[in-house]
Write a protein that binds this ligand. Structure first.
Ligand code: ADP
Ligand code: MG
Length: 752
């Protein structure tokens, strides 16, 4: 395997150390001149290899050092053929007895190897092994010529003709060739890039480039924390010794081994340093000073029909103060569903406008954005503030008008969806960007927002979902947080009822009664994640069903399939009820019309998919039924339930579930049944779903941290945070070197 380096590679003038050219040239030479036996390795040309490495984020040899194995194979020993058993994944060795291409049942290369004396004997006997290849190159057959000694690695199984390995890794060796003395790493790789190539490149980077394994953290920092040296840690992880104790093996697999701890620690320190650098850069930026005059904010406060809660007052003061500073604000306003975030956002916006600056207010769905737009139109009616509305579905002509008004500054207030992120949108006097339900935006969108487009503006983000502690210490460490920890007065907590589908008719009657009393209701369609089409059909069917049941003038009677429910004595005759339908596939103006009807009270029951999940605000709606509640996430249920209980009247949320429930489903419904507090629900949700969900990492596919785990490594995150502070104070040069190793060519750690 370890051929001597070709002469030309040796004689070549040395490339600057650490450059990718240095890595690629000799390796590609080896790849083309060797291994006709390795079909995968063969194709890599220098250029192709470089591209493949870049695809893995490997630009420098330092990056190779940090490209750690997923797992290991034990090639340090050879199991005698007669000791092989099905299911073993192992290395064996033998001499090729024969090799040929067979055509039944399909074309395949089959070789038989034997060790010791059993050669050429009865194939059923132990001491032999069949190698089977369904994909192979012509030279695979040549390489496996009878008489050649081969080492093979793979999973042994029982075939028709005895023990075999399908597609083994194999290499031709000189009899008695030495075995490796370390475990063989298996790396994350990309199409066309062979493990063997990565192994060689990495081994070379580890051996020949001291800078790539040099210590970046000072002694005083690692000694006190009893951390492994960096070079020891990476050498161990790339090539651990064989026959580890069970305990060590477990630690290695679970990434709790001290070598892993060191890598995770370094990664987290780098992330903390990057956050601090970002914070410093932000502090150095100059944002417009938005002191305001109080004219517009005062007018708004005078006309809304309520007084701010103490929490709203406090948060508003914090924001007011931030806006008047020269440093761009980056504040997250956290407040449970219904805590009254919108009025705070409106006040902030008006203060910016009073100071002659424009404001962009973004919401993650068209329905929510439009609702904000209407609310603000109403709140600001008669005040000298022009509002522009922008969404993806706006007709071209209106879009042009809106864009022009924003660009000229005639419109000081822009409200819309993420359409406001687009490059075409020009807000030359932008002073404040507000993002509602910010966690609902994807990571990429949030990055864009934090990027140059909104660079010098103040930012206010709002969310009903509290940040888990580990995230607050890491990706959100850069933000200031304000919390609305008090609901407006006069709210009665929403009563939650768990109801089996069997008793659905009762819920329908509750809805009828609520409507008879002048109230309104939501009926939420079941979530069907696999099929949007099916979800749509279900919504339409549900709407038809409820229209038939509630819309006609009819006597109250039990539904035929209901056994639990008994009709009341007195016969109730009710007026027909108007049932509306709202789903994601409707045209924006259709949606808007239905929503407007519901807000005005003309539509009494709103059948809706989860498009109403965020922010919809109709205080007269006091009843909600959620079908197949067991299919929803906890945060989602809490958000949905938050659509009711917005006025003074008592509200109820019926969670309809289909029996039988799984244990997890039961546990989750119990959480939502027992808790009204969004923070507690989010805590439980995090346990069930993990933080990736919160970050929106899933939709963007951007890896956040490579080695550290936000859930498991809480203690390490805390240590890393302290270490980063200390490092910046005592040894800023080391901090720079450390950051350079971990960030390399990449721009920065992603900030949510
Ligand atoms: P969220 O924090 O969920 O976005 P909203 O801003 O939509 O909450 O407010 C929920 C409802 O409470 C709205 O109808 C709003 O007008 C009302 N509201 C906000 N602040 C107060 C207050 N201080 N007193 C009474 N009602 C309020
Ligand atoms: Mg809201």
């Amino acid at each position: 395997m370890n051929k001597p380096r070709s002469k030309s590679a040796n004689d070549a003038p040395a490339a600057p150390s650490g450059s990718i050219a240095d890595l690629v040239t000799p390796a590609s030479k080896r790849a083309t001149e060797s291994s006709p036996r390795d079909p995968k390795g063969k194709a890599a040309s220098g250029r192709g290899l470089q591209d493949q490495l870049v695809r893995l984020g490997i630009m420098r040899d330092q990056d190779l050092v940090l490209h750690l194995p997923l797992r290991y194979e034990d090639h340090t020993r050879v199991v005698p053929l007669r000791a092989l058993a099905p299911g073993m994944t192992t290395q064996a060795e033998g001499t090729v007895v024969n090799v040929d291409i067979q055509y039944r049942p399909r074309r395949q290369l089959v070789a038989l190897i034997a060790d010791g004396e059993e050669r050429a004997a009865d194939p059923q006997r132990a001491g032999q092994l069949i190698l089977r290849f369904f994909h192979f190159y012509p030279n695979t057959q040549k390489a496996l010529a009878p008489g050649k000694r081969v080492r093979v690695f793979g999973e042994v199984r029982d075939g028709h003709f005895g023990r075999e390995i399908v597609h083994p890794q194999f290499k031709v060796i000189e009899p008695g060739a030495v075995l490796p003395d370390r475990l063989t790493p298996v790396y994350p790789t990309t199409a066309g890039l062979a493990q063997e190539t990565l192994r060689k490149l990495t081994a070379r980077a580890l051996a020949s480039e001291p800078a790539s394994t040099a210590e970046t953290l000072p002694d005083w920092l690692i000694a006190r924390r009893h951390l492994w040296k960096f070079s020891d840690a990476v050498r161990f992880l790339h090539a651990p010794p064989p026959r580890l104790s069970q305990l060590t093996q477990h630690a290695l697999d679970e990434r709790t081994h001290p070598a892993w701890t060191r890598l995770k620690f370094d990664e987290l320190v780098a992330q903390q340093l990057s956050l601090k650098a970002h914070r410093k850069a932000r502090a150095a930026k100059r944002a417009p000073v938005l002191t305001g005059t109080g004219a517009l904010t005062g007018a708004l406060l005078a006309r809304v029909p309520f007084k701010l809660t103490r929490a709203q007052e406090r948060v508003w003061r914090e924001i007011k103060f931030d806006l008047a500073r020269t440093t761009p604000m980056q504040r997250l306003l956290q407040g449970d569903v219904g805590s009254g975030k919108t009025i705070v956002a409106a006040l902030a916006a008006l203060q910016a406008i009073e100071s002659g600056r424009q404001v962009a207010f973004m919401a993650p769905t068209e329905i929510l954005a439009e609702q904000h737009y209407r609310k603000l139109l109403q709140w600001l009616e008669g005040l000298p503030v022009q509002i522009a509305w922008l969404s993806g579905s706006l007709p071209a002509k209106q879009r042009k008008t809106a864009l022009a008004a924003m660009e000229s500054g005639d419109a000081m207030f822009a409200i819309g969806t993420h359409a406001l992120f687009e490059d075409e949108v020009l807000l030359p006097r932008l002073g404040l960007a507000i993002v509602d339900e910010q966690h609902r935006f994807g990571v990429a969108q949030r990055l864009k927002l934090r990027g140059k487009a909104m660079g010098e503006a103040h930012q206010l983000m709002m969310s009903a979902t509290p940040i888990p502690r580990t995230l607050a210490m890491t990706f959100y460490a850069d933000l200031d947080v304000s919390a609305l920890d008090e609901l407006p007065p006069g709210r009665t907590p929403v009563a939650t009822r768990l109801v089996s589908q069997k008793r659905r008719a009762e819920v329908v009657e509750r809805v009828r009664r609520a409507c008879a009393e002048g109230r309104q209701a939501y009926w939420v369609c079941p979530l069907i994640e696999e099929s949007e089409k099916l979800e749509l059909q279900t919504a339409v069917a549900l709407h038809a069903e409820l229209t038939a049941t509630l819309g006609g003038q009819r006597r109250l009677s039990p539904s035929p399939d209901s056994t639990a429910w008994r009709p009341r004595r007195e016969k109730v005759v009710s007026d027909p009820i108007s049932v509306g339908l709202l789903h994601g596939r409707m045209k924006p103006d259709e949606k808007a019309a239905v929503m407007a009807g519901f807000v005005a009270g003309a539509v009494q029951v709103l059948v809706a998919t989860t498009v109403i999940e965020v922010g919809v605000d109709v205080p007269n709606a006091t009843l909600m039924a959620i079908e197949h509640a067991e299919r929803f996430g906890l945060a989602q249920l809490h958000q949905l339930r938050g659509r009711v209980g917005r006025g003074a009247a008592e509200s109820t949320c019926y969670l309809l579930f289909e029996e039988p429930l799984t244990d997890t489903a039961k546990a989750r419904l119990k959480v939502i049944f027992e808790n009204n507090d969004g923070f507690e629900i989010a805590r439980q949700d995090l346990i069930i779903r993990g933080p990736g969900e919160f970050l929106g990492a899933r939709q963007s596919g951007v890896p956040l941290l490579r080695f550290a785990d936000l859930e498991k490594d809480v203690a390490l995150i805390e240590q890393a945070r302290d270490a980063a502070d200390e490092l910046l104070q005592r040894d800023p040069a080391a901090a720079d070197a450390h950051l350079a190793r971990w960030l390399g060519g990449k721009e920065e750690f992603i900030k949510a």
